[in-house]
Ligand binder design. Sequence first.
Ligand SMILES: Cc1cc2nc3c(=O)[nH]c(=O)nc-3n(C[C@H](O)[C@H](O)[C@H](O)COP(=O)(O)OP(=O)(O)OC[C@H]3O[C@@H](n4cnc5c(N)ncnc54)[C@H](O)[C@@H]3O)c2cc1C
Length: 511
Amino acid sequence: MAEQVENMKAGADSGRMRDIVILGGGTAGWMAAAVLARGLGNAVRITLVESAAIGTVGVGEATIPQIQHLNRFLGLDEGEFLKASEGTIKLGIRFEGWWRADAGYIHAFSDIGVAAGLIGFHHYWLRARKELGPETAGDLWDHSLNAVAAARARFAPMDRVGETPVPGTRHAYHFDASLYARLLRSHAESMEVRRIEGRVVAVERVAESGEIAALLLDDERRVAGDFFIDCSGFRALLIESEMQAGFEDWSHWLPCDRAVAVGCAPVRPYPPFTQAFARPAGWQWRIPLRHRTGNGHVYASALIDDDEATRTLLDHLDGAPVGEPRVIRFRAGRRRAAWVGNCLALGLAGGFLEPLESTSIHLVQSGLQRFLEMWPARPASPALVAEYNHRTAKEWEAIRDFLILHYHRNARTDGELWRACREMTIPDRLAQRLALFAESARIYPEPDELFTEMAWLQVMIGQGLYPNDHHPIADLMPADELADFLARIREIIARAVSAMPSHDEFLARIS
Ligand SMILES: Cc1cc2nc3c(=O)[nH]c(=O)nc-3n(C[C@H](O)[C@H](O)[C@H](O)COP(=O)(O)OP(=O)(O)OC[C@H]3O[C@@H](n4cnc5c(N)ncnc54)[C@H](O)[C@@H]3O)c2cc1C
């Protein structure tokens, strides 16, 4: 009997993938190591190869709220994580000058208003604006707890406001990417992930299948595995140089292809939001960390050179620069296939959509989640790989369209970039979404889409797209009731924010 059980076990084990090798120790590599170690436990052995001499891209400081799920999955305590990564709270992104040079808005993460029956809050607000006037309707963002808290640099986590139906705050983080990677590394190593320091100089392939057999290091060590995760950054050493996945170039829609980055002295109080300032040939980010502010100028190299881009950045810092500005080149687009054979690309190896909505780290997270959901244990079937790649493509395309919206819907008068983006032909699906919103205020995100109705609403209104009509159900509410409904929400939010601690106090208290 014992022999039979042993034979059954051996049968069940045969052909199972046991050794996962991750190439790269940037944010993507260490996220992959920690998540797979936590998710797959001792079903696999995980080895990560990285080269300190090559280093990491060294940017990637702003996130979106979904990162909380990742931290929770890994068991990271919020206070400890914020302290270890010099992190701050992020309630949204303030876009300055994106529609017109003199206008700004926030894409805040919380819901706006209160759902009133079958239709979205914004239909009521639009009706009020049209019928009762902008003063009675109030500013859209005065109905958002995150937006009001961000404007007043306050923060407290809450699911909803007291006993009211007004939705609570929803937050993400700004953090020092290298400190976060260090935290993930110690976490992964505590779950027995093996780290190898070394430079990969060649790749050994299986002759018949073309799959990857091993990574060969410059000191002649050989790291063999059953499955390889390419987190080698823009180099894309496995997915492109070896597996030749191909690259879908989206730079005709997202023309910025460089960034110059530099830190500067931090500013107090810490703003609980990212800032994105439109500039004549691109835009500039400002990300508040506790030990420094992260700054970068993202630009189209066809329109300005690196020196001018650097000067623009240095002219617009709100503190003394720390270190030398660094230029990073990139191309907007994605691998045609994120998964080829026994190789999966994550992070910059899989592609890059520029950092405007802080989606890159999230795409590592969602790629890992999908991979764990689909984890095949044995070598994956073509159908499974195709499904993974299909879902990845849809996710990237929806984010791409959301980013294009920011550039396309502009009324700026100061540069070739903005004119070209305004006049470019946009993807059909985006054109259809904008037309539908413009005529009837309807927003229909795809079922698995990252950005919600609230996100699309804020960016469309923020970019000056006011619909011609609203849902007729909003007309059923008597006008005086409508005015009270909106005023009451604003009042609840204003009171709730007044009772919140400042962002700085919150940080001091928690970490
Ligand atoms: C300008 C800019 C701004 C960004 N801002 C944001 C943001 O605000 N929010 C966000 O979510 N994302 C942002 N990103 C993206 C984010 O930086 C990346 O998604 C994230 O850092 C993951 O990078 P990575 O790990 O894929 O690559 P990298 O950090 O480049 O790491 C690559 C790793 O591979 C290793 N490696 C490479 N070749 C070899 C070799 N031959 N042998 C051994 N090891 C090797 C390197 O040593 C390194 O460890 C930004 C990106 C850019 C370019």
